[in-house]
Design a protein around this ligand. Structure first.
Ligand code: NAP
Length: 244
Protein backbone atom coordinates (compact mmCIF):
# COMPACT_ATOMS: atom_id res chain seq x y z
CA UNK A 1 0.00 0.00 0.00
CA UNK A 2 2.87 2.40 0.83
CA UNK A 3 5.58 0.66 -1.18
CA UNK A 4 7.78 3.23 -2.94
CA UNK A 5 7.05 5.88 -0.29
CA UNK A 6 9.19 7.08 2.60
CA UNK A 7 7.73 8.01 5.96
CA UNK A 8 9.47 10.29 8.48
CA UNK A 9 8.45 9.48 12.06
CA UNK A 10 9.59 11.76 14.89
CA UNK A 11 10.01 10.36 18.40
CA UNK A 12 10.10 6.94 16.80
CA UNK A 13 12.34 5.11 19.24
CA UNK A 14 9.60 4.02 21.62
CA UNK A 15 5.92 4.20 22.55
CA UNK A 16 3.45 5.47 19.97
CA UNK A 17 6.15 6.56 17.48
CA UNK A 18 7.76 3.11 17.40
CA UNK A 19 4.35 1.47 16.85
CA UNK A 20 3.56 3.88 13.99
CA UNK A 21 6.96 3.28 12.36
CA UNK A 22 6.41 -0.50 12.43
CA UNK A 23 2.84 -0.20 11.16
CA UNK A 24 3.85 1.99 8.20
CA UNK A 25 6.76 -0.38 7.47
CA UNK A 26 4.29 -3.27 7.46
CA UNK A 27 2.44 -1.40 4.68
CA UNK A 28 5.69 -1.16 2.71
CA UNK A 29 6.97 2.33 3.56
CA UNK A 30 10.67 2.98 3.98
CA UNK A 31 11.24 4.59 7.37
CA UNK A 32 13.35 7.61 8.40
CA UNK A 33 13.26 7.63 12.18
CA UNK A 34 14.04 10.88 14.03
CA UNK A 35 14.67 10.92 17.74
CA UNK A 36 16.45 13.14 20.21
CA UNK A 37 18.93 10.54 21.32
CA UNK A 38 17.62 7.11 22.20
CA UNK A 39 20.00 5.49 19.71
CA UNK A 40 19.81 1.89 20.93
CA UNK A 41 16.03 1.73 20.96
CA UNK A 42 15.82 3.53 17.62
CA UNK A 43 18.25 1.01 16.12
CA UNK A 44 16.04 -1.78 17.46
CA UNK A 45 12.92 -0.32 15.82
CA UNK A 46 14.79 0.08 12.53
CA UNK A 47 16.05 -3.51 12.73
CA UNK A 48 12.51 -4.86 13.27
CA UNK A 49 11.19 -2.86 10.30
CA UNK A 50 13.97 -4.13 8.04
CA UNK A 51 13.87 -7.74 9.17
CA UNK A 52 10.11 -8.22 9.31
CA UNK A 53 9.02 -6.07 6.40
CA UNK A 54 12.09 -5.78 4.15
CA UNK A 55 11.99 -1.98 4.00
CA UNK A 56 14.88 0.48 4.07
CA UNK A 57 15.36 2.42 7.32
CA UNK A 58 17.71 5.00 8.83
CA UNK A 59 17.93 6.74 12.18
CA UNK A 60 18.69 10.46 12.56
CA UNK A 61 19.50 12.02 15.91
CA UNK A 62 17.57 15.28 15.93
CA UNK A 63 15.91 17.68 18.33
CA UNK A 64 12.66 18.62 16.59
CA UNK A 65 12.59 21.92 18.52
CA UNK A 66 15.76 23.08 16.72
CA UNK A 67 14.89 24.84 13.45
CA UNK A 68 18.36 24.59 11.84
CA UNK A 69 18.92 20.99 12.92
CA UNK A 70 15.57 19.85 11.51
CA UNK A 71 16.39 21.66 8.25
CA UNK A 72 19.73 19.86 7.92
CA UNK A 73 18.31 16.45 8.86
CA UNK A 74 15.40 16.69 6.42
CA UNK A 75 17.75 17.77 3.63
CA UNK A 76 19.80 14.64 4.43
CA UNK A 77 16.66 12.42 4.49
CA UNK A 78 15.79 13.80 1.05
CA UNK A 79 19.20 12.68 -0.22
CA UNK A 80 19.14 9.27 1.49
CA UNK A 81 15.58 8.24 0.54
CA UNK A 82 13.32 8.26 -2.51
CA UNK A 83 9.85 9.79 -2.59
CA UNK A 84 9.37 11.20 0.93
CA UNK A 85 5.59 11.62 1.17
CA UNK A 86 4.67 10.91 4.81
CA UNK A 87 5.42 12.88 7.98
CA UNK A 88 4.30 11.78 11.44
CA UNK A 89 4.83 14.52 14.02
CA UNK A 90 4.80 12.34 17.11
CA UNK A 91 7.70 13.60 19.29
CA UNK A 92 6.33 15.07 22.49
CA UNK A 93 7.12 15.76 26.11
CA UNK A 94 5.27 16.64 29.32
CA UNK A 95 6.42 18.97 32.12
CA UNK A 96 3.29 18.88 34.27
CA UNK A 97 2.35 21.14 37.15
CA UNK A 98 -0.50 23.37 38.23
CA UNK A 99 -0.30 26.74 36.50
CA UNK A 100 0.50 28.64 39.72
CA UNK A 101 3.54 26.39 40.23
CA UNK A 102 4.60 26.12 36.57
CA UNK A 103 7.73 28.05 35.68
CA UNK A 104 8.56 29.72 32.38
CA UNK A 105 10.98 27.00 31.31
CA UNK A 106 8.40 24.24 31.81
CA UNK A 107 6.01 26.17 29.57
CA UNK A 108 8.57 27.08 26.90
CA UNK A 109 10.11 23.60 26.68
CA UNK A 110 6.78 21.89 26.04
CA UNK A 111 5.66 24.44 23.45
CA UNK A 112 9.06 24.23 21.71
CA UNK A 113 9.02 20.46 21.29
CA UNK A 114 5.31 19.70 20.85
CA UNK A 115 4.21 22.68 18.77
CA UNK A 116 7.22 24.43 17.26
CA UNK A 117 8.74 21.00 16.54
CA UNK A 118 5.78 20.15 14.32
CA UNK A 119 6.03 23.53 12.58
CA UNK A 120 9.75 22.99 11.91
CA UNK A 121 9.16 19.54 10.47
CA UNK A 122 6.23 20.55 8.27
CA UNK A 123 8.03 23.64 6.99
CA UNK A 124 11.15 21.73 5.94
CA UNK A 125 9.30 18.65 4.63
CA UNK A 126 6.89 20.72 2.55
CA UNK A 127 9.61 21.23 -0.08
CA UNK A 128 9.97 17.46 -0.50
CA UNK A 129 6.20 16.96 -0.61
CA UNK A 130 5.84 19.61 -3.33
CA UNK A 131 8.63 17.99 -5.32
CA UNK A 132 7.01 14.55 -4.96
CA UNK A 133 3.52 15.97 -5.64
CA UNK A 134 2.13 14.19 -2.56
CA UNK A 135 2.19 14.66 1.21
CA UNK A 136 0.46 12.94 4.13
CA UNK A 137 1.04 14.72 7.44
CA UNK A 138 -0.26 13.37 10.75
CA UNK A 139 0.19 15.41 13.92
CA UNK A 140 -0.18 13.61 17.23
CA UNK A 141 -2.26 15.94 19.40
CA UNK A 142 -4.12 14.83 22.55
CA UNK A 143 -7.54 14.89 24.18
CA UNK A 144 -5.84 17.29 26.66
CA UNK A 145 -5.67 19.78 23.79
CA UNK A 146 -9.38 19.46 23.12
CA UNK A 147 -10.78 19.45 26.66
CA UNK A 148 -7.95 20.90 28.76
CA UNK A 149 -6.47 19.04 31.72
CA UNK A 150 -5.65 20.42 35.16
CA UNK A 151 -1.88 20.34 35.67
CA UNK A 152 -1.14 20.50 31.94
CA UNK A 153 -1.52 24.16 30.89
CA UNK A 154 1.65 23.93 28.79
CA UNK A 155 0.88 20.52 27.27
CA UNK A 156 -2.81 21.28 26.58
CA UNK A 157 -1.87 24.59 24.94
CA UNK A 158 0.71 22.86 22.74
CA UNK A 159 -1.73 20.14 21.70
CA UNK A 160 -4.55 22.64 21.05
CA UNK A 161 -2.03 24.63 18.99
CA UNK A 162 -1.41 21.53 16.91
CA UNK A 163 -5.10 21.45 16.01
CA UNK A 164 -4.92 24.99 14.61
CA UNK A 165 -1.68 24.17 12.82
CA UNK A 166 -3.23 21.02 11.33
CA UNK A 167 -6.27 22.80 9.93
CA UNK A 168 -4.25 25.70 8.54
CA UNK A 169 -1.74 23.40 6.85
CA UNK A 170 -4.63 21.33 5.48
CA UNK A 171 -6.10 24.45 3.88
CA UNK A 172 -2.81 25.92 2.62
CA UNK A 173 -1.65 22.71 0.94
CA UNK A 174 -4.93 21.12 -0.17
CA UNK A 175 -4.47 22.06 -3.82
CA UNK A 176 -1.04 20.36 -3.83
CA UNK A 177 -2.28 16.87 -2.87
CA UNK A 178 -0.85 17.37 0.61
CA UNK A 179 -3.21 16.37 3.43
CA UNK A 180 -2.77 17.19 7.10
CA UNK A 181 -4.70 15.55 9.93
CA UNK A 182 -4.36 15.15 13.68
CA UNK A 183 -4.94 12.29 16.06
CA UNK A 184 -6.06 13.04 19.62
CA UNK A 185 -5.16 9.99 21.69
CA UNK A 186 -6.77 9.48 25.07
CA UNK A 187 -5.01 7.51 27.80
CA UNK A 188 -2.42 5.31 26.06
CA UNK A 189 -0.08 3.03 27.97
CA UNK A 190 3.51 4.13 27.21
CA UNK A 191 6.51 5.44 29.18
CA UNK A 192 4.83 8.88 29.16
CA UNK A 193 1.96 7.54 31.27
CA UNK A 194 3.96 4.91 33.17
CA UNK A 195 3.52 6.71 36.49
CA UNK A 196 -0.27 6.80 36.07
CA UNK A 197 -1.58 3.30 36.62
CA UNK A 198 -4.79 2.36 34.84
CA UNK A 199 -6.19 1.13 38.18
CA UNK A 200 -5.92 4.39 40.14
CA UNK A 201 -6.46 6.85 37.30
CA UNK A 202 -10.05 8.18 37.58
CA UNK A 203 -10.01 9.01 33.85
CA UNK A 204 -9.25 5.39 32.95
CA UNK A 205 -12.36 4.25 34.82
CA UNK A 206 -14.47 6.50 32.58
CA UNK A 207 -13.29 4.98 29.28
CA UNK A 208 -16.43 3.46 27.68
CA UNK A 209 -14.39 0.75 25.91
CA UNK A 210 -13.15 -0.29 29.34
CA UNK A 211 -9.38 -0.21 28.85
CA UNK A 212 -6.52 2.19 28.23
CA UNK A 213 -5.30 2.40 24.65
CA UNK A 214 -2.17 0.78 23.25
CA UNK A 215 0.39 2.31 20.87
CA UNK A 216 -0.97 -0.06 18.21
CA UNK A 217 -4.42 1.54 18.56
CA UNK A 218 -2.87 4.87 17.54
CA UNK A 219 -0.74 3.28 14.82
CA UNK A 220 -3.87 1.88 13.16
CA UNK A 221 -5.43 5.35 13.08
CA UNK A 222 -2.23 6.87 11.66
CA UNK A 223 -2.16 4.23 8.90
CA UNK A 224 -5.77 5.07 8.05
CA UNK A 225 -5.05 8.79 7.73
CA UNK A 226 -1.88 8.23 5.71
CA UNK A 227 -3.73 6.02 3.22
CA UNK A 228 -6.86 8.22 2.92
CA UNK A 229 -6.25 10.86 0.24
CA UNK A 230 -9.73 12.42 0.62
CA UNK A 231 -9.43 13.07 4.38
CA UNK A 232 -7.85 16.36 5.45
CA UNK A 233 -8.15 18.82 8.33
CA UNK A 234 -9.62 16.18 10.62
CA UNK A 235 -8.92 15.67 14.32
CA UNK A 236 -9.51 11.98 14.99
CA UNK A 237 -10.07 11.09 18.63
CA UNK A 238 -8.67 7.68 19.47
CA UNK A 239 -9.65 7.49 23.11
CA UNK A 240 -11.92 4.50 23.69
CA UNK A 241 -14.92 6.83 23.67
CA UNK A 242 -13.62 9.00 26.55
CA UNK A 243 -14.51 12.25 24.79
CA UNK A 244 -18.12 11.37 23.88
P1 NAP B 1 7.04 8.62 24.99
O1 NAP B 1 6.95 7.15 25.23
O2 NAP B 1 7.49 9.51 26.11
O3 NAP B 1 7.96 8.86 23.70
C1 NAP B 1 8.22 10.17 23.27
C2 NAP B 1 9.20 10.10 22.11
O4 NAP B 1 9.49 11.43 21.68
C3 NAP B 1 10.53 9.45 22.50
O5 NAP B 1 10.96 8.66 21.42
C4 NAP B 1 11.44 10.67 22.69
O6 NAP B 1 12.81 10.43 22.46
C5 NAP B 1 10.91 11.59 21.61
N1 NAP B 1 11.28 12.98 21.84
C6 NAP B 1 11.08 13.73 22.97
N2 NAP B 1 11.55 14.97 22.79
C7 NAP B 1 12.06 15.02 21.54
C8 NAP B 1 12.70 16.03 20.77
N3 NAP B 1 12.91 17.26 21.27
N4 NAP B 1 13.11 15.76 19.51
C9 NAP B 1 12.92 14.51 18.99
N5 NAP B 1 12.32 13.50 19.66
C10 NAP B 1 11.90 13.76 20.92
O7 NAP B 1 5.63 9.21 24.53
P2 NAP B 1 4.35 8.52 23.88
O8 NAP B 1 3.39 8.24 24.97
O9 NAP B 1 4.73 7.48 22.92
O10 NAP B 1 3.76 9.80 23.12
C11 NAP B 1 3.96 10.05 21.74
C12 NAP B 1 3.10 11.25 21.35
O11 NAP B 1 1.74 10.99 21.67
C13 NAP B 1 3.47 12.52 22.10
O12 NAP B 1 3.35 13.63 21.24
C14 NAP B 1 2.42 12.60 23.18
O13 NAP B 1 2.20 13.91 23.62
C15 NAP B 1 1.22 12.03 22.46
N6 NAP B 1 0.17 11.52 23.35
C16 NAP B 1 0.43 10.49 24.21
C17 NAP B 1 -0.58 10.03 25.05
C18 NAP B 1 -0.39 8.90 26.02
O14 NAP B 1 -1.32 8.62 26.81
N7 NAP B 1 0.75 8.22 26.03
C19 NAP B 1 -1.85 10.63 25.00
C20 NAP B 1 -2.07 11.69 24.12
C21 NAP B 1 -1.05 12.10 23.29
P3 NAP B 1 13.77 9.66 23.52
O15 NAP B 1 13.33 8.23 23.52
O16 NAP B 1 15.13 9.87 22.92
O17 NAP B 1 13.56 10.36 24.82
Amino acid sequence: MLKGNTAIVTGGSRGIGAAIAKKLASLGADIALLDIGNNDQAAEVCAVCEKEYGVKTAFYSCNVADFEQTKQVITQVGKDFENVTVLINNAGITRDGLLMMMNEKQFDDVISVNLKGAFNMIKHCSRLFMKNKCGRIVNISSVSGLSGNAGQANYSASKAGLVGLTKTVAREFASKNITCNAIAPGFIQTDMTADISAENNPLAAQIPLGRPGTPDDIAGAAAFLVTSPYVTGVVLRVDGGLGM
